[in-house]
Design a protein around this ligand. Structure first.
Ligand code: MG
Length: 221
């Protein structure tokens, strides 16, 4: 079983669903040459996709083009269905920095054929995540800077203020479809600047000034 850890505590919480939002930043939708959606684009990763600070990210043999997507992650505190946006805050346990690692070649092929993204987005090690920062330590989750560096060079830098669908609206929408439960995670989408990574690369992901993780890229053998 995979767990998430609350920072500065010994609390471990079993991870439930990992719900991911696609195209939630204008400039990223543009760089993917994708339309801006009218309602949130949702896909899921299995909990087995999680890895943690210091862990390896393994490029599976089925891909020659893995991308990083740095994202703010929301952790859910308690069960809720049909949550109203104005109540959404009560259901938030905290926030983390995460990576939605993506097999871009596998995803492009799936898009062409109208097939699901489960393999492109849900493979083992596709969801590196930090410890959870308690919600009460982050006054405004839409005033955070997300940064992703590869081998020390900044590839992504974007403000969570630029999300198309804000966190309260995401929770409202998602909870009409899936009952949210304690330990569920929401990856809220990536700003622009996604790029290919290679074996030997070091990826550093950060909520600027708040928390960071480092992961090492290797090829599957
Ligand atoms: Mg993403």
């Amino acid at each position: 079983m995979k767990h998430i850890k609350i920072k500065n505590t010994n609390d471990l919480i079993p991870v439930g669903k990992i719900i991911c939002i696609g195209r939630n930043y204008l400039e990223h939708a543009a760089e993917m040459k994708a339309e801006v959606p009218e309602s949130p684009v949702i896909f899921l990763k299995p909990s087995t996709a999680l890895v943690y600070d210091g862990d390896k990210i393994i490029i599976p043999k089925i891909s020659n083009n893995m991308h990083h997507e740095v994202e703010l992650v929301v952790a859910i505190n308690e069960e809720g269905k049909n949550i109203k946006a104005e109540d959404a805050e009560k259901f938030i346990l905290g926030y983390a920095i995460g990576l939605d690692m993506t097999l871009r070649d596998v995803q492009s092929e799936a898009k062409k054929k109208g097939l699901p993204w489960s393999i492109a987005k849900g493979f083992d090690t596709s969801a590196p995540i930090s410890d959870i920062i308690s919600a009460n330590e982050i006054k405004n989750p839409h005033n955070l800077e997300l940064i992703c560096k590869v081998n020390g060079e900044i590839r992504q830098k974007g403000s969570t203020g630029k999300m198309i669908f804000k966190i309260d609206k995401l929770i409202e929408y998602i909870s009409t479809i899936f009952t949210l439960e304690r330990g569920d995670l929401i990856f809220t989408g990536t700003p622009e600047g996604v790029s290919q990574i290679h074996p030997g690369d070091i990826i550093e992901s950060e909520i600027y000034g708040i928390i960071k993780i480092k992961n090492f890229v290797v090829a599957e053998i």
